[in-house]
Ligand binder design. Sequence first.
Ligand code: SAH
Ligand code: SF4
Ligand code: F3S
Length: 483
Amino acid sequence: MYNEVDLSKIDIDKNPPDTEPKKQYYYMALCRNWVETMEQQLGRKLTACIQTFGCQMNARDSEKLLGILKTIGFEQSEDPHSDFVMFNTCTVRENANLKVYGRLGYLHGLKRKNPHMFIALCGCMMQEEHVVEKIKQSYPFVDLVFGTHNIYKLAQLIYERLQGNKMLIDIWEDTTDIVEELPTQRKFSFKSGVNIMFGCNNFCSYCIVPYVRGRERSRQPEDILAEIQKLADDGVVEIMLLGQNVNSYGKTLDNPVSFAQLLREIEKIQGIQRIRFMTSHPKDLSDELIQVMQQSKKICRQLHLPLQSGSTRLLKEMNRRYTKESYLALVDKIKTAMPDIGLSTDIIVGFPGETEEDFLDTMDVVRKVGYDSAYTFIYSKRSGTPAAQIENTLDKDTVRIRFEILLKEIQQISNKKIAQKVGTVQTVLAEERNQQNSSLISGRLSNNIVVHFKGDESCIGKEIKVRLTEAKGFYYMGEIYTA
Ligand code: SAH
Ligand code: SF4
Ligand code: F3S
């Protein structure tokens, strides 16, 4: 959407400009020259494949990285047999890390056969010193390693790597910069994530995110609004506002603005039909926000409200700054204001020292709230976090059994909740052709639940009235409703 800069007009024989984002467009022009030379040598287009791990923040970052790669001249590919392969990594749990090492081994084989292949690693994992050390030692065939704070520099980094002959590493500890106005390549034409803030200041004791994403920084409201306006002009009807704790948006700006105030302004943007956001920290969810949601015609009836644990004792150990009781009271308030709200959550099982009683508290909250869906995780020790210092005497089998009991309970509750709406007519935003059954279109309700229905591609990106005919666990089957 920002692909408005004409690279052919940039004089690459001059010195690079001093200011961003101009400097990056200069490097994009230089890289495009290189891509064109390679194309002539190989007699074909060059392809680039980005594999993204982790959360929506990373997914959005990958859209920005792909925007730069496409501007440089690469064609997008899903195939790791590409000329440029990048892993945008996550380190929130250990298994996210292990996956990356596994795939790097595979890439090594590919690079042996195709030596001009360019391999880049970025994202949260790269912000950890021990990871970069391991890559230097064990994966020397990697070309470029950068972190979460300097993704906007991709073109410059590629160019600098091509000038040298060894792995280029550029990791920043933190940043106060927010570089705007670079190209992005959206995955969907009609919906988009929009970063409203970066980083996190909460330091939940188990969590590595504040260490790899840096301190909380909010974007200026006028920049956010301008971006959403541009997206709307480009056909986007649904936006997902992204931040690790959207409820504390704007508090650190020179002219503080609340998240609720920001939402009020976004609501006014013509063309935007649906507004979602994540993630909401329960400790910062204000009455003002509940009121704005209640009055809004565009904010979806969906709230992701991570619980982590239902035990007040463990919540304190986790540094979550709410209690079982205050969480339940908050949920009550939200449900009173919006009885049709779809609630979802994140829960960690097996935090060090979790007792049977703590676990039963979690089960109790799960039953009382009645989530539409819940993401459950087994605690994973992350080095450098305070919880990593706590001796963990829980045995794996106990944790696994608790995890399964919890999962079953969540499934039963959500199945029951979902079944209640069968027979009703609802508005679905049609998103894509179903991958398993091509006669079906898949879309989402306002509360984020997926619906599959018979339809053709002309529906995609539009709001369609659908009668829900059957509940299948966590999704519905439906048919287009014609009154
Ligand atoms: N900012 C969001 C969460 C980001 S991480 C929030 O505060 O809710 C996404 C989820 O991963 C968290 O909600 C948590 O449930 C889980 N998680 C984070 N660190 C973890 C760890 N060390 N072990 C297991 N799960 C973890
Ligand atoms: Fe991690 Fe807590 Fe920040 Fe969420 S709020 S990213 S769980 S530290
Ligand atoms: Fe993972 Fe980084 Fe997101 S650690 S969950 S990709 S912020």
